[in-house]
Ligand binder design. Structure first.
Ligand SMILES: Nc1ncnc2c1ncn2[C@@H]1O[C@H](COP(=O)(O)OP(=O)(O)OP(=O)(O)O)[C@@H](O)[C@H]1O
Length: 628
């Protein structure tokens, strides 16, 4: 469709013509024209907010993002092969989490499918995230459904995430840069997004309801314990204290209320909605078979319910290991030669001012290590982290160096300190340094060489003194060789290099697992794994490294009962192969790990955190032969 045709269609539709567009698209076009006074004939580039603003938005969504992350990664695994990217935006439409193929970063950023992009309707016109915020419904905005011609190559599907009190908290979106022609091709995408949102809301509700009775619901008893469709929580007096969106819809339908008015639902006695009182509902625990846990809601329909007693413990508020009493380097890893060597390096280099480059796959703990280096340095200043991949070229100077009052249109009247100055006397952590644009590279090189910054609009440079730690999942030396990264900058950043092993190569895997179970449990009461769940965790390959393990445990920890993680609480993509029964737990563990390592005894011993001789001895004890 030509630009002129697109504009003509929007104008005719706004005057009442019908062109076959979905009603929700037509209504959004009307909002764009009438409420936000947008002009369809003026195409505008995608808006990306500044790094500082992005950081503020991310901080506000931190809690939800932590709980959501495992669900997001699972969804991304499911759709990445079809070239989808995944965006999580906050309720203002700012993208606070992004998963996409890094090799398309430039194209994605240009299209606004990136961290910091702003997709509210008043800013971007009709788009999936914006329309989702405006309507509160899951929907697809496909190609020319977009108001602004700039976005018409995209096909985007989004679903709202509600907090436990029924307010919109965020929007999950999956998008294609270019897509199959038919809009119906996105129906399956909508299904994937909606079911991920359901699990995220459930995990969020569980994490915030430690003192309340939780009721989970499913329409069929078979799915009740493994994949419930909705949940609500009840306080001590039997009143509704929280709900997932599915829960809100069940309650609203029950009494003919509007789910968009959560204030009419929260705080109401549960007996208003169900044909049962709070004691009868509380008795629907796992001790009864799912098919015996039938309940009727007031409109006469039947559901199956699962009651979970109040946990009375601090869930979902992990005791941050960053703040633990263990000395910084002790948090790095277990007692293995590789980790000992790394610890020695941190202690030796920590107190110097040498720039350190950290290399390691995504999620191996590069930022975690950088913070430990900062803690071990004794520097009094702050630890300031910058995601170099997220700073657009036009903002490099103002973000890094700051600006003076009135330096440019849109600048704060007071001016603003740059990130480099904020790190004065402390550590500047340059994450994803391999993705820094050539412009930013040359600006950074100048600062490192001269030890001073010149704020935008200023004429007097300011002295700065900071320690640089940078990190990348790409080989920086390789990028230099290919001419994609400046050699002179590389040598300035890399006085010493530290390499973090991937999780599958870490001999201290069991140590790390214990730390993360502690982190996601209550103070003094770590989470526990059932024997079968432990086998699944040890047998999985963890392509996303510690981050993926961390997120999976946070998610499972929020879903599980009594702090005991069962296989059904773990994200599905870890695999849920049932074990041959009856079997000794240790034997099962050895068999699972050996099979995950294709029978490679050295590899299995490494994952189990024991030496090969011990593993051979245990294999003999359980009569486990070589697999090949
Ligand atoms: N030694 C450790 N003990 C406990 N948790 C850890 C450890 N190392 C890393 N983590 C956790 O693993 C997750 C990923 O770590 P981090 O963000 O540092 O990885 P990264 O390599 O910087 O990732 P990316 O490449 O995506 O930037 C974080 O939640 C962090 O707290």
């Amino acid at each position: 469709m030509s630009f002129a045709d697109h504009v003509r269609e929007i104008e005719s539709v706004s005057q009442g013509a019908r062109t076959g567009r979905d009603d929700l698209v037509v209504e959004s076009w009307r909002r764009c024209l009438e409420d936000y006074q947008l002009d369809p004939s003026r195409a505008r580039e995608a808006v990306i907010v500044s790094e500082t603003l992005l950081r503020e938005h991310r901080q506000q969504s931190e809690d939800l993002v932590r709980i959501a992350r495992s669900g997001l990664e699972r969804l991304y695994h499911q759709v990445a092969e079809q070239n989808y990217v995944l965006l999580l935006s906050d309720r203002q439409g700012v993208t606070v989490e992004f998963l996409g193929d890094p090799s398309f970063n430039n194209n994605l950023r240009k299209a606004g499918l990136f961290l910091g992009s702003e997709w509210s309707e008043p800013r971007a016109g009709t788009c999936a995230v914006g329309a989702c915020i405006a309507t509160g419904e899951a929907l697809t905005i496909h190609q020319t459904d977009h108001f602004d011609m700039t976005h018409t190559p995209l096909s985007c599907t989004a679903a709202p995430i509600y907090d436990m009190h029924g307010s919109l908290a965020a929007v999950l979106d999956i998008s294609l840069l270019s897509s199959p022609i038919l809009k119906t091709s996105q129906n399956i995408a909508r299904h994937f997004v909606s079911s991920t949102v359901r699990r995220i809301e459930l995990a969020n509700l569980m994490a915030h309801s430690r003192n309340d009775l939780v009721l989970r619901f499913a329409a069929a008893p078979e799915f009740l314990d493994v994949d419930p469709e909705a949940a609500i929580t009840l306080d001590g007096s039997g009143r509704i204290s929280g709900m997932t969106h599915g829960g809100a819809r069940i309650l609203a339908t029950s009494c003919g209320l509007d789910w968009r008015r959560p204030q009419d639902i929260i705080g109401q006695p549960v007996s208003r909605f169900f044909d049962a009182d709070v004691n009868e509902l509380a008795a629907l625990t796992r001790s009864r078979l799912p098919q015996d846990r039938r309940i009727a809601i007031r409109d006469g329909s039947i559901l199956y319910a699962h009651a979970i007693e109040p946990q009375q413990k601090t869930k979902g508020v992990p005791v941050s290991s960053e703040r633990s009493a263990v000395p910084a380097v002790g948090r790095l890893g277990g007692d293995t030669p590789e980790m000992d060597a790394l610890r020695r390096k941190v202690i030796r280099l920590g107190r110097t001012s040498l720039p350190i480059l950290i290399q390691g796959e995504t999620g191996t703990g590069k930022e975690f290590l950088a913070r430990i280096i900062h803690d071990a340095s004794g520097l009094k200043g702050r630890f300031v982290a910058i995601n170099c991949a997220a700073i657009p070229d036009q903002l490099v100077e103002s973000e890094l160096f700051g600006y003076l009052p009135g330096a440019f249109t849109g600048a704060l009247t007071k001016g603003r300190k740059g990130l480099i100055e904020e790190a004065d006397g402390g550590t500047l952590f340059l994450d994803e340094i391999g993705d820094m644009s050539p412009t930013a590279q040359s600006r950074l090189l100048r600062v490192l060489a001269e030890g001073e910054v010149l704020p935008v609009g200023g004429s007097v440079p300011r002295k700065v003194d900071f320690r640089v730690v940078s990190a990348s999942h790409r080989s920086l030396a390789g990028l230099v060789e290919k001419g994609l990264f400046r050699g002179d900058l590389y040598y300035r950043l890399n006085a010493a290099m530290m390499v973090l092993p991937s999780l599958r190569d870490r001999e201290d895997f069991p140590w790390l697992l214990d730390r993360l179970l502690e982190k996601h449990g209550a103070a003094g009461r770590p989470l526990r794994l059932s024997d079968a769940a432990r086998c699944v965790v040890l047998g999985y390959d963890w392509p996303g490294n510690i981050r993926e393990l961390d997120n999976a445990l946070a998610f499972a920890g929020a879903l599980c009962e009594e702090g005991l993680i069962e296989v059904s609480d773990l994200p599905e993509h870890l695999g849920r192969t049932p074990l041959p029964e009856p079997v000794n737990a240790r034997e099962a563990e050895l068999r699972a790990v050996l099979s995950a390592c294709d029978g490679n005894v050295s590899e299995a011993a490494r994952r189990l955190g024991i030496d090969r001789t011990t593993l051979h001895r245990q294999m003999r004890r359980f009569n486990i032969g070589k697999l090949h």
